[in-house]
Design a protein. Sequence first.
Length: 173
Amino acid sequence: MGTNGSTMLEPLRQGLPPLDPAAVSNAASCALPARYEAVREARLFTRRTLDQWDAGDRFDDICLVVSELVTNALRHGLAATGARVPDHSPSVRLHLMRWTERLVCAVRDPSNDSPVAGEADDFSAESGRGLFLVDSFADSWGWHPLAGTLGGKVVWALFRLPLPPAASADCSE
């Protein structure tokens, strides 16, 4: 686990609202192995991180979206490339970046394929509702292909957060 999530900002900049990388107040990232147990690991990592960051009433929304993004990366991102990566070389990575009033969850996987939402109206389907849930719980989301040696893509979700109590306090007396 590292804490340099700001390095992931550059590929995301085109689709995100203006966010100053220098203004990131907190960042954390977690390498995930290419197995479905990684979804649980991602949830635990997110919960531990958000406990320190005070995400307010968005805590559960963020944890749900992280679960969906990681599940999609494992199910579709790895399957599309046929990647069977040894456990010591993770191919999926979760990044959490917090600004004062915003939090971005970004998941990188090795596939160049765009994420595709299933039929949102078919709630009886066994799968395909992940991006519908991301769209429902995040304030915005998108994806971008990566360039250079990394390859693959990053799928991100943005959450607006309430101002911390000190920042929203009334200064008039």
